[in-house]
Design a binder for this molecule. Structure first.
Ligand SMILES: Nc1nc2c(ncn2[C@@H]2O[C@H](COP(=O)(O)O[C@H]3[C@@H](O)[C@H](n4cnc5c(=O)[nH]c(N)nc54)O[C@@H]3COP(=O)(O)O)[C@@H](O)[C@H]2O)c(=O)[nH]1
Length: 884
């Protein structure tokens, strides 16, 4: 195939056309240049030639007239004429005239004729014009005309005005004029010189010319409406023109007037003849031009076509590459837009060049407001004072994204700012730096961190500082006080009886109480003071920049008063108090931990001295704390060392004063020295040691009961105290069952005492566990009844058999009508719930009488018996006089 593709054919044909057009234009330009040059040359040549011809004509006429004038003015001729006039036939006179004329050097060709005033001829020398075919008047110095009679002649007729009056007619042949006009031989075959005189306004007479050997008479000055060149010459114009001549042929003609003689001259030649040589010269070049065009076409075919093909191929490749580039760009764009991380690319001038969808969502600015604009509107700190953007954020000069993330602030479209993490890498691209920034909105993370930080440093319930933050604040206060030389007060506050409230009214009430207490404590402090919740019902207050101990005491008093004021929670009036221990920097400790420990110690001391007060730390307090620690340490080994034993206190029926059961009471004698249950049981509870110890008590009590039974001791059951920690333990029921099984006791022979507050701490769970135990046949008693906050609605649902009135109500029965009323109410209420009632701490006859009168079922107390060793109790019960 000649052409490989449509484009190739199109390009080749176009090139060929252009080439041909170029050749044509070049040819035409050459033609035009040549023609115009030729025309100019012809015009100039004709004009020059014409002017020389005109000069010749003019000189011919002037010379003629000069001769004639000389004759008329010559005196010798005048005298000869006078003489001849007087003697017309006088030969001598005629000879004298001939000699006078000859003396004027009149050439031989002249014909002269002298006539007198009447017209009679006096003398004639040579031929004078006769009948002429044409006479062209000449406006010369004399009345002159150019005649044509077988050739041109110049003739003049002059009035002689000297001594003799008459006329002279002088005529001679004008061969020069003949040679110029009819005898013209220049300018090829058609060259002509014409000489004419006007005839009227529209016509003219002309001497014969080369191509027409007869005179032209009455020739119109215009042909086809256009003036003949001669017409313009007769009008006094001189110049060159292309026009039609008298033959209606196109001629190149130069025209000019002959001086002021009223004659016109035209030198002309047919254009056809004039330019034939030129065409003849140009035409041979035409094949050459065509050959060149053909050669060009061939060159185009063989040389340019491959180039065209290359161009087409590279164009196709470029188009393909462009498409691939566009596709790649679209793909890149899609990838960039699909990532959930904001991507920005920024050039060295800080202008944003890429701004993906995630970045648009993040900043909210429309793309047209960002692309090409400075990145500073998105990230105000991105650019330094030197105008460079991102430069200082790049850790690596490579194109690898090794820059570490930094946190900066971004600005949204609405002007709000937000934290962002930015990673910048720099790419060297065509010697230009391009910065690629990956940005991530970290508002959520920051908020989360702030939340975590707050959580890590604050108590979630009260919102107060926690122990960590408190220690930090205390440390700062110590540093500041060390510099200022003043003090820091540390107050350790523990709520009194909070556990009871919490256990009896539930955690929800306890939580509200704690929050209220927190608010009240805060209300007693100044800005700069710190209050923290240490955990449970413990609070710590730090008073920085204290100058006087009295100020600390005053704050402690204020807090005590605030905390002790009544509470209204869920429509219920509550009371609590607090015990506060105070330690002061630097007197009571130089560091955080020592100050806290000493404040804690002082708080324990305050609790031990009757609660509801504050105590400043004193070094002696450390002794008590140390003792407690020692107690706890040895308690841990008490079981292994078999240091525990039980005593039993009889529980007596008021009806008949019979001992029905005995309460097992734990005794501890480390190293043979007894420790009071009030001291070690709370420590056992706090440390959790009460769980294994309580199990031991259960087993020991059951075993003892079994032994008593074997010995015939008349006791219905043995009663064991359960602590809250034991009760909360999952395996309580199995522990009880195992104790019964191991001792081979019936469940009915066991009674369990649980405190009122323990019941109310988690009533539903208590109901579940107690129901199991009760269903087994175990008797359930509520201990310390009246000290907690029992809910009657729950009390009804508990599977309890017995209520034990706390001894604090029994103690003042005889003197305190309020206690008497409470005891009376408890007995009535218990009976209404179908429970029997036991009064504990009965020490006097009066107390016993009161209880008996009120219908109490049983009692327990020193009045009947203190707690006794098992054998002592057995001996008493087996003795004939013992109540049993
Ligand atoms: N969880 C367990 N708690 C136990 C156990 N053993 C004892 N305890 C509890 O320790 C607290 C103190 O007990 P204790 O010092 O043994 O005092 C008991 C009696 O001695 C005392 N009591 C009895 N009658 C009188 C009296 O007339 N006057 C008076 N001032 N005190 C008297 O009461 C204590 C028995 O009280 P209670 O248990 O409420 O019936 C005490 O709370 C014990 O419960 C144990 O094994 N586990």
């Amino acid at each position: 195939m000649f052409f490989h593709s449509v484009q190739e054919r199109r390009i080749t044909l176009s090139a060929a056309l252009v080439l041909a057009l170029l050749a044509a234009v070049t040819g035409m330009a050459t033609w035009w240049l040549t023609v115009s040059q030729s025309k100019a040359w012809v015009a100039r040549s004709l004009e020059l030639t014409l002017s020389s011809h005109v000069a010749l004509v003019e000189r011919e006429i002037r010379e003629h007239e000069a001769v004639v004038l000389a004759l008329t003015q010559d005196e010798a001729v005048q005298r000869a004429l006078d003489r001849l006039a007087r003697a017309p036939r006088d030969a001598q006179a005629l000879a004298a005239l001939r000699r006078a004329v000859a003396a004027v050097r009149v050439s031989a060709g002249y014909g002269l004729r002298f006539a007198d005033g009447a017209g009679r001829q006096l003398a004639q020398f040579g031929p004078v014009s006769g009948e002429s075919q044409l006479a062209l008047p000449v406006r010369g110095t004399l009345p002159t005309w150019i005649e044509w009679a077988d050739g041109p002649r110049l003739s003049s007729r002059v009035e002689l005005a000297g001594g003799w009056r008459g006329t002279l007619t002088a005529s001679r042949a004008a061969p020069l004029l003949g040679a110029l006009t009819s005898g013209y031989r220049g300018l090829g075959q058609t060259g002509e010189f014409a000489l004419c005189a006007g005839k009227g306004n529209d016509h003219m007479d002309c001497l014969p010319v080369r191509l027409l050997s007869r005179p032209l008479r009455d020739l119109p000055r215009r042909v086809e409406g256009e003036p003949l060149p001669m017409a313009r010459a007769l009008a006094g114009e001189a110049g060159f023109t292309f026009a039609r001549d008298y033959r209606r042929q196109w001629v190149a003609a130069a025209f000019a007037p002959v001086g002021t003689m009223g004659l016109g001259a035209v030198l002309k030649a047919d254009t056809a003849e004039l330019f034939v040589p030129m065409q003849g010269r140009l035409l041979p070049w035409l094949p050459l031009v065509l050959g060149l065009v053909l050669l060009g076409a061939l060159l185009l075919r063989w040389q340019v076509l491959p180039l065209v093909r290359q161009v087409l191929v590279s164009e196709r490749r470029a188009r393909a590459m462009g498409a691939s580039l566009a596709e790649s760009e679209a793909r890149s764009r899609a990838v960039l837009d699909s990532v959930d991380q904001g991507i920005l690319t920024v050039n060295a001038k800080g202008e944003v060049q890429t701004y993906n969808l995630a970045a648009q969502r993040m900043f909210g600015h429309p793309p047209q407001a960002v692309l090409g604009h400075n990145v500073g509107q998105l990230i105000p700190d991105a650019c330094g004072e030197d105008g460079k953007c991102f430069e200082r954020l790049v850790d690596s000069g490579d194109a690898t994204p090794t820059a570490t993330g930094r946190e900066m602030m971004g600005r949204r479209y609405d002007g709000t700012v937000f934290p962002l993490e930015i990673r910048v890498s720099r790419l060297q691209c065509r010697r230009q730096s391009l910065y690629i920034a990956a940005v991530r909105d970290i508002s959520e993370r920051k908020a989360q961190e702030a939340r975590m930080l707050h959580l890590a440093h604050h108590d979630p319930l009260t919102g107060l500082a926690n122990r960590i933050l408190l220690k930090d604040r205390l440390q700062q206060a110590i540093v500041r006080a060390a510099r200022a030389g003043d003090h820091v007060g540390v107050l350790f506050l523990d709520l009194d009886h909070f556990k009871t409230i919490n256990d009896s009214l539930g955690h929800q009430v306890g939580d509200i109480l704690l929050k209220t207490v927190a608010n009240r404590i805060s209300g007693c402090l100044r800005e700069g003071d710190t209050v923290a919740r240490q955990g449970g019902d413990e609070f710590i207050v730090v008073l920085p920049a204290v100058t006087r101990f009295e100020d600390v005491a005053m704050v402690a008093s204020k807090i005590l008063a605030a905390v002790s004021a009544p509470y209204q929670i869920n429509g219920q009036a509550l009371h609590t108090g607090a015990s506060i221990g105070v330690a002061v920097y630097p007197e009571d400790g130089q560091d955080v931990d020592t100050l806290l420990r000493h404040a804690d110690t002082a708080m324990y001391y305050a609790k031990g001295t009757g609660r509801g007060n504050y105590q400043f730390f004193a070094p002696e307090m450390n002794r008590a704390a140390r003792e407690r620690l020692e107690l706890e340490t040895s308690l841990r080994h008490a079981l292994d060392r078999r240091e525990f034993h039980l005593e039993f206190q009889p529980i007596v029926a008021l009806d008949g004063d019979v001992v029905r059961s005995a309460e097992a009471l734990l005794r501890w004698q480390p190293g043979g020295k007894a420790v009071a249950p009030d001291r070690f049981i709370p420590v056992a509870e706090e440390t959790g040691l009460i769980v294994p110890i309580g199990e031991w008590v259960l087993k020991a009590a059951c075993a003892q009961f079994k032994r008593w039974q074997a010995m015939g001791v008349p006791l219905g059951r043995v009663v064991v105290n359960l602590s809250a920690r034991q009760f909360a333990h999952r395996n309580l029921v199995s522990v009880v069952r195992r104790a019964l099984d191991e001792a081979d006791c019936a469940p009915e022979q066991l009674g369990l005492e649980i405190t009122e507050s323990l019941l109310m701490a988690n009533p539903l769970e208590a109901i579940r566990v107690l129901t199991v135990l009760s269903d087994m046949g175990i008797q359930i008693s509520v201990d310390d009844f009246g000290t907690g906050y029992s809910s009657l609605s729950y009390l009804k649902r508990f599977p309890i058999h017995k209520i034990k009135i706390d001894r604090s109500f029994v103690r003042d029965l005889a003197t305190d009508p309020e206690d008497a009323a409470i005891v009376t109410a408890i007995i009535a209420m218990a009976h209404s719930l179908d429970c029997s009632v036991v009064a504990e701490g009965v020490e006097t006859e009066q107390q016993l009488a009161f209880l008996r009168e009120r219908g109490c079922d049983e009692y327990q107390g020193y009045y009947f018996s203190r707690p006794l060793p098992a054998d002592t109790l057995m001996a008493r019960l087996l003795a004939p006089s013992g109540a049993g």
